[in-house]
Design a protein around this ligand. Structure first.
Ligand SMILES: *Cc1c(COP(=O)(O)O)cnc(C)c1O
Length: 226
């Protein structure tokens, strides 16, 4: 068995254990974050059954998705999105943009979608760890901005929330940031809000314990040792 397949299986086992501990009814999907990785590895992971991949730079998404155009991959954009990259990103037709971090960005994206008569699936990113250097709307504004996007941006299909866990070795802090996001998610009162994107290599089991259903895992799958 290849090293990569072994690592994928290891991660899938950990996810499954955490999923069952949370709820047998929870359906969880994994995005393999390929930003550290060359296209051969992505193709190899595809041959192991992995379909969803994530990139955090528009340029990298372009290069990799075009090189792998022959494979039916599902590409997620998870990084911070500059206005001058919106057109390039829309050309690439990503499956989901996780990182809408302001009303202004949503409105700009909506406008560009309207011009192209295109609908785009998006998540609102919330800075639930309240860290200065993190993107995302503030906790207190999250519900209001969510509904402003919902009612004002007709070309966006807003389907839930995304966050990054607190950058801390203190598990209670990490837990708190996920719990806050889950509480906001439960308060959305939107039947289309199905996606709670949280959990990375260092914290996905904690994210699952707090209701995450879309995981973004990179280094634990792609880096050369456990
Ligand atoms: C890089 C990245 C990830 C994956 O991080 P790992 O720690 O490598 O699993 C997840 N989400 C975002 C937004 C990222 O930029």
């Amino acid at each position: 068995m290849s090293d990569l397949k072994q690592k994928l299986d290891y991660v899938l086992q950990k996810i499954e254990r955490a999923r069952i501990a949370y709820s047998r009814h929870q359906v969880i999907k994994l995005i393999a974050v390929s930003k550290y990785s060359a296209v051969q590895k992505i193709a190899e992971l595809y041959s192991c059954g992995q379909r969803a991949f994530g990139e955090n730079k528009v340029q990298d998404l372009k290069v990799k998705s075009e090189e792998l155009i022959r494979l039916p991959l599902e590409w997620h954009f998870i990084g911070s999105l500059q206005t001058n990259k919106i057109n390039m990103l829309l050309e690439l037709n990503p499956f989901l943009i996780h990182s809408i971090d302001s009303l202004r960005l949503a409105q700009e994206l909506d406008k560009r979608c309207a011009l192209r008569q295109k609908k785009m699936r998006v998540l609102l990113q919330v800075n639930s760890a309240c860290e200065e250097n993190k993107n995302g709307v503030r906790i207190q504004e999250c519900l209001e901005i969510y509904h402003q996007i919902k009612t004002g941006c007709k070309n966006l299909k807003l389907e839930g929330l995304m966050c990054m866990g607190a950058n801390s070795l203190d598990i209670t802090k990490v837990e708190k940031s996920f719990r806050i996001t889950k509480d906001l998610f439960d308060d959305l009162q939107d039947p289309e809000a199905k996606i709670l994107s949280m959990g990375m290599s260092n914290d996905y089991e904690i994210a699952i314990a707090n209701g995450a259903n879309l995981l973004r895992i990179g280094s634990e799958i792609f880096k050369s040792s456990f």
